[in-house]
Design a protein around this ligand. Sequence first.
Ligand code: B12
Length: 209
Amino acid sequence: MLIAEIREAVINGQAKVVATKVEQALNEGVPADRILHDALIDGMREVGELFEQGEFFVPEMLIAARAMKGALEILKPRLVAQGVEPLGRVAIGTVKGDLHDIGKSLVAMMLEGAGFEVMDLGVDVAPEKFVEALQNGAQIVAMSALLTTTMSNMKATIDAIAAAGLRDKALVMVGGAPVTQAYADQVGADGYAPDASAAVRKARELIAS
Ligand code: B12
């Protein structure tokens, strides 16, 4: 019952309701991983579907993602205590020269919501920062670009990863409004996704491969 209520509140982006009910569920002894999967992740999955169907737009997605993020902060210590392994570790950032952060942050939130550990490197991220993140344990590098003039820094970053001898170990995902599958293939990325929920599917696919 509480699980269904939390799920519904995530979809509706009611951050305070979500936080209160998550606390209540924990106090009643509902396991943290059940709250995570059945209420939060399933709620965000539905939000992603509503977005793909054109029922939800970016603001709704952001509000839901914020509600989920608040709940994750409450659950985090319990999940760590339960030893739930993250699905994988992703370092995400907007490439060098590019300050657009809304799409990147949305992808970061959705990945975190899906159970990935996310290192958000921010905007205007130099190739060597992505390399450093890989050296610090990231498995996936996810790059965002919104400008045709900064897209080329995706290739520069992939080259820097190769120069550091990490290309075999790193999974590289790219996205952003001007980026296409053809461009991803051209720069030698491992994956491309057109939106945040597809990005989650792609990240799952890459980790499983
Ligand atoms: C908001 C905005 C800004 C804001 C950014 C605020 C912020 N905090 O991010 C501000 C005002 C700062 C800005 C500045 C500029 N902007 Co601007 N901006 C936009 C605008 C209107 C919306 C971008 C946005 O947030 N979209 C919503 C998000 C949710 O969508 P998204 O980023 O595409 O992300 C989705 C997908 O692409 C995907 N995705 C994104 N990243 C990733 C990463 C991975 C790994 C994956 C898998 C998927 C993925 O998932 C996301 C969620 O579904 C766009 C127009 C547009 N239609 O894109 C112009 C636009 C991108 N900007 C543009 C320009 C020109 C500029 C400026 C150069 C303007 C200027 N003369 O100063 C500067 C550049 C500053 C810089 N160095 O970066 C042009 C780019 C043109 C081009 N072809 O290069 C655009 C297209 C506007 C236009 N039609 O001319 N901008």
